[in-house]
Every structure is written in structure tokens, then in C-alpha cells.
Design a protein around this ligand. Structure first.
Ligand code: FAD
Length: 542
């Protein structure tokens, strides 16, 4: 159920309970899966400042929790990406004499007590962390605070960091969370000029004194290695090679990708399995007009070139902050914020605001992430249970080329363009009439940028069950969508190679498809559309 008081606000109540815990040896920053960076990281920055003032060393802790990864359908690709980023972070922190310690813990129910006993072992006075808004994670953190309060030794400080404007700040006049994006955006924008500035960069962590290396407990933490894999989440060697080429780890890679989005032209030769930093991104001669961000307003729905930033894996894992993305756009606008619908920069900032929006929705309406439709009136839609259709969708063998290209892109790259996410999702739910939760799960298991709030938001939008959804009767025609999104056919040609030589590749003639070993669609879109409308229609409603 939704909570009368959003759960994340409980953190405010529990965080200030220990009065000046001065006795002790260290300050800990507990890094989580969504804040894998050392720059512009609120909790790390505050922990470091606090440690310096208190004259205590800062230690950084990361806990791998395989049971949580199973519960959240985490993809092995995302876990591998996490570990690769952690190695970079460990190296950066070592240069500042800050020990970085990873440990693996199961079962997840005992994680809070494990944390408290570790803090006690290290004689920690302060724990800092950024808030994760998922229900299980909030429950875990509240339990950590409760135990800390009971023992009375550790002060816990949980901070907002993921969103540009934190949940709780952008509310309706009644103090509730928004359920429609446009008014949310209208209310969100003025907050960008708040004081303190929500876009300000959190100062970088300061170095620990070198003497920490010779401390009899903390010194040994420098030897703790980040594991190569988490049991149950190993990547197959060919997949590992591919994914690691597509998505290099580290803050420098994310920064460079952002820079390129702002300064280079888009290109169809950069479709598919590319190294994000490989040669091939052509500089925009006139960045104001030719760069990918300048063209974003008109080109963003085109899938036949690299029209978007491809920063989602880095934003989802917090390798770069959303604040930094918006600040970078201000650099192109003489320090001004552009969030208008009429420019490429403005449209991009609005997309970054969608990320805030869906996180706020999750924080206010946690039931959306617990398998419930936001619009409960659609809780009883009758779904098909056709395993063959589901598997064909997953494998990219539905016989609808744009859907198959999208699913094959997800399967090979661990990422999909937004327009194709919408097309493939609507096809699963409305054409195949399969439960949106099956698709939501498959995306989480496959994509490297799997983010519970955005993924759930995208799926419930597509299924017409969410906040601000596509109306149930407005069903994408995949063939019309395909011609609009991929007019050159480059996208389909790249991912559905059987059709590379076919002229009518958006909707290939059945006999030719048979000859090429490409499947025929299961049904016509017209038949499927009528069935979906029948199933969604609520008796008595227009
Ligand atoms: P850009 O167009 O360059 O946008 C910049 C950033 O803005 C993105 O990196 C992302 O952080 C944010 N953003 C853009 N569009 C959206 C959106 N509609 N909702 C929320 N944030 C947005 N995004 C995820 O990050 N993780 C997911 O698991 C995820 N699942 C999705 C599932 C479905 C069914 C749909 C329709 C969308 C989903 N999205 C998800 C949103 C969106 O498709 C991706 O963020 C986008 O395709 C990422 O590409 P990009 O980085 O090039 O985006």
C-alpha cells in the first residue's frame, strides 16, 4: 500500500538521535549501487568534511548483497558494471589514503546487524549514506538507524543525492506527490534556483592522513580486493567482452561521453556494439547547431543513428550525477538553465527531469514497485499466458522487424533506445497481450541501466496502467513507428541481419521472410489491437 507518510521522510526522523558521539576512531561512508563515483557525491563529500573536522580517518564501505540482486531481478551486466566501477573507485580513493572495503553479505535480513557490528569493530562514530528510495532498501536503512539508536554509539546521516530536486520538495498544493509529468516539471523547474543551489557540485573528498596506512585495523583494509564476480551473476566470456567494450567503467568514461554528446555529431556508423570512446564520433563544427544535443529535439526519436547521450548506464549507477549533466548544459548557455521544449538542450534537460519524476513517484507510491498497477482499475486485465510468444519476444523473433531489432539490441548491448523500448513494451503488452510485469522483469535482467523507478515507470506508461500513461486505446502500430523511427532502415539492418538485403524491411513479404528464415508475425496488428481494447475496456466507462 502507499504510505500516509512517505517512507523516505522517516529517515529525517531517525537520523539525528545520537548526541555528539565523540568517542571512536573513524567515520564511514556506505556507498550504494546508485552512487558509484567520488566526484559530486553528497554523502561522500559530507562524510569527508565531517571526518576532517573531527580529525578521524574516513573509511568507505560497499556491501554486495546477492539476495537483493535476486529480489530486484538485477542483470549480471549491471553487477559486472558495478564491480568494474568499484575497482576504479578503490584506485581513486587509495590515492587519497582512503581505504575502500567491499564485503559480500547474505541473508539480506541480517544485513543491518552485520553493518552495526562492523561499525562497532571499527569504532565508528558517524555513518553517512545516500538514500535509496526502493522499499526494501528504505526498510533496511531504517533498521540500521533503529539499531544504531539502541546502541547509542553511531550517528547515522542519510542524504538525498539521486535526484536533482529531492522527493518531498516538489509537491502539489496538498503536499502530495505529482502523478502527471507536465505539472511536475512546472513545479520542479523553479526549484533549480533554490538556495542552497540544488545543482551545486558537492566538494571532492579530502585525503586522509598517510598514517592511516599503519593503523593496525584500517591499514589492512587497503588490501581488501574488489571481487571479480558475484556468485550467480557471472557473465559468459563472449558477453563480458561485448558489454565491457560497449560500456567502459569509470567516471572519466562518463565525463567523456557527456562531452561528446555536447560536442560531436550523431552518426549511423556508431550504432550497435561500439566502444563509447572509440574513434568515429565526428566533432560538430558548429556545436550550437550540429552537435547531438543541439539536434536532440528533432532527432531524439530516430533510432538509426546515435542521437541520444547513452548515459543511462552511468546515471543509473551514479557514475555521473544528474546535477553534473544539467550543469554541463548550462555551460553551453552562458550559465543559464534551458529546459524549454523548443531547443535540443531544453528537451534533454526535460528527459533528465523524467528520471527525477519517476523516482519521486516510487518514493510517494511504493506500491508501483511491488507489482501493483498505479491505476488499480487495470488490476484485473486478462492476460494471455503464451510461453512461446514470450520467448519469441525475448529472443527478437516475433516477425515484427522493429520489435526484433530492439530486443536483439537489448540482448547484445544491454541497452535499448527509448523509442524502441516503448515500441517493444507496447508490442508485448497490447499486441501479444502478455502481462507488463513479465517485460519489466526481462528488461531489468537484461539491461545494464536497469533502474527500478524508470523501468517501472516506462513499463506502466506503456501498459497504460501508470502515472500519466499512454491511454489504453492509443496503441502504437509497430510498422508505422518503425518507418518513422528508422527511416533509413539502418537500425533494423544492423540488428536483424537476415533482412539486411530486403527492400521492404519494415514489413517484409511473408514468402521472402520464409526464404530468409525470418519468422512470420503471430497475428495482424489490427486483430491484436481490437483484442487489447476489448480487454482493457472497463464496463460503463467511455
Ligand atoms: P537520453 O535521451 O540521452 O536522456 C538522458 C537521460 O535522461 C537518460 O540517460 C536517463 O537517465 C534520463 N531519461 C531519459 N528518458 C527517460 C525516461 N523516459 N524515464 C526516465 N528517465 C529518462 N531508463 C533507465 O535509466 N533505466 C531503465 O531501466 C529504463 N527502463 C525503461 C523501460 C521502458 C519500457 C521505457 C519506455 C523506458 C525506460 N527507461 C529507462 C527510460 C529511457 O528509455 C532511457 O533512460 C533512455 O533510453 C536512455 O538512453 P540515453 O541515456 O541515451 O537517454
Amino acid at each position: 500500500a502507499d504510505h500516509a507518510q512517505p517512507m523516505f521522510t522517516l529517515m529525517e526522523e531517525v537520523k539525528t538521535h545520537v548526541k555528539n558521539p565523540t568517542k571512536g576512531d573513524a567515520v564511514v561512508y556506505w556507498m550504494r549501487m546508485e552512487d558509484l563515483r567520488t566526484n559530486d557525491n553528497t554523502a561522500l563529500s559530507q562524510a569527508s568534511e565531517h571526518a576532517e573536522k573531527a580529525g578521524k580517518p574516513l573509511l568507505v564501505l560497499f556491501i554486495l548483497s546477492p539476495q537483493d540482486y535476486i529480489a530486484h531481478d538485477r542483470s549480471a551486466r549491471r553487477i559486472d558494471f558495478t564491480l568494474r566501477n568499484l575497482k576504479n573507485i578503490q584506485e581513486s580513493l587509495a590515492k587519497l589514503h582512503i581505504p575502500f572495503c567491499t564485503l559480500t553479505h547474505s541473508p539480506r535480513t541480517t544485513l543491518p546487524s552485520r553493518v552495526l557490528s562492523l561499525l562497532s569493530e571499527w569504532s565508528v562514530t558517524h555513518l553517512f549514506a545516500n538514500i535509496e528510495y526502493e522499499v526494501d532498501e528504505l526498510r533496511r536503512d531504517i533498521e540500521v538507524c533503529r539499531l544504531a539508536k539502541k546502541e547509542g554509539k553511531v550517528q547515522c546521516t542519510f542524504l538525498h543525492d539521486k535526484c536533482i530536486v529531492p522527493p518531498g520538495v516538489v509537491t502539489t498544493k496538498e503536499g502530495k506527490g505529482y502523478t502527471v509529468y507536465s505539472p511536475f516539471l512546472r513545479s520542479w523547474l523553479p526549484h533549480l534556483s533554490d538556495k542552497p543551489n540544488p545543482l551545486a557540485c558537492a566538494p571532492a573528498p579530502r585525503a586522509n592522513p598517510e598514517s592511516v596506512h599503519s593503523h593496525n585495523v584500517f591499514g589492512k583494509l587497503f588490501d581488501v580486493k574488489v571481487p571479480e564476480y558475484v556468485e550467480g551473476f557471472q557473465l559468459k566470456p563472449t558477453d563480458a567482452k561485448q558489454i565491457r567494450t560497449c560500456w567502459g567503467a569509470g567516471e572519466d568514461v562518463a565525463q567523456e561521453m557527456l562531452k561528446r554528446f555536447l560536442n560531436t555529431k550523431s552518426s549511423s556508423s556508431r550504432l550497435g556494439e561500439v566502444d563509447p570512446l572509440a574513434e568515429g564520433a565526428k566533432p560538430a563544427k558548429n556545436s550550437d547547431k550540429d552537435s547531438r544535443i543541439a539536434k536532440y529535439k528533432d532527432a531524439r526519436d530516430r533510432v538509426d543513428a546515435d542521437t541520444t547521450s547513452r548515459l543511462s548506464p552511468y546515471l543509473a549507477a551514479g557514475v555521473i550525477s544528474a546535477r553534473e549533466c544539467v550543469r554541463a548544459t548550462m555551460g553551453l548557455k552562458n550559465g543559464k538553465i534551458d529546459a524549454s521544449r523548443d531547443t535540443g538542450i531544453g528537451r534533454w534537460v526535460q528527459e533528465v527531469a523524467w528520471r527525477d519524476f519517476y523516482t519521486h513517484v516510487l518514493a510517494y507510491f511504493p506500491r508501483v514497485s511491488m507489482g501493483r498497477p498505479f491505476l488499480e482499475k487495470f488490476a484485473d486485465v486478462k492476460w494471455e499466458t503464451n510461453e512461446k510468444h514470450l520467448q519469441a519476444w525475448k529472443d527478437g523473433r516475433t516477425g515484427v522487424p522493429i520489435v526484433d531489432a530492439g530486443m536483439r539490441q537489448a540482448n547484445t548491448m544491454g541497452w535499448m533506445h527509448n523509442r524502441v523500448r516503448m515500441i517493444t513494451a507496447i508490442y508485448l503488452v497490447k499486441d501479444l497481450m502478455l502481462d507488463w510485469r513479465l517485460g519489466e522483469r526481462y528488461f531489468m535482467e537484461t539491461l545494464i541501466d536497469g533502474d527500478l523507478a524508470s523501468n517501472n515507470g516506462g513499463w506502466q506508461w506503456s501498459a497504460s496502467t501508470g502515472v500519466d500513461p499512454a491511454p489504453y486505446f492509443r496503441i502504437f502500430n509497430p510498422y508505422t513507428q518503425s518507418r518513422k523511427a528508422d527511416p533509413t532502415g539502418e537500425y533494423i539492418r544492423h540488428f536483424v541481419q537476415e533482412l539486411a538485403e530486403v527492400r521492404e524491411l519494415h514489413d517484409p513479404p511473408a514468402k521472402l521472410a520464409d526464404k530468409l528464415g525470418y519468422p512470420r508475425p503471430f497475428m495482424t496488428h489490427g486483430e491484436a489491437r481490437e483484442r487489447a481494447i476489448r480487454r482493457y475496456k472497463i464496463p460503463g466507462e467511455e
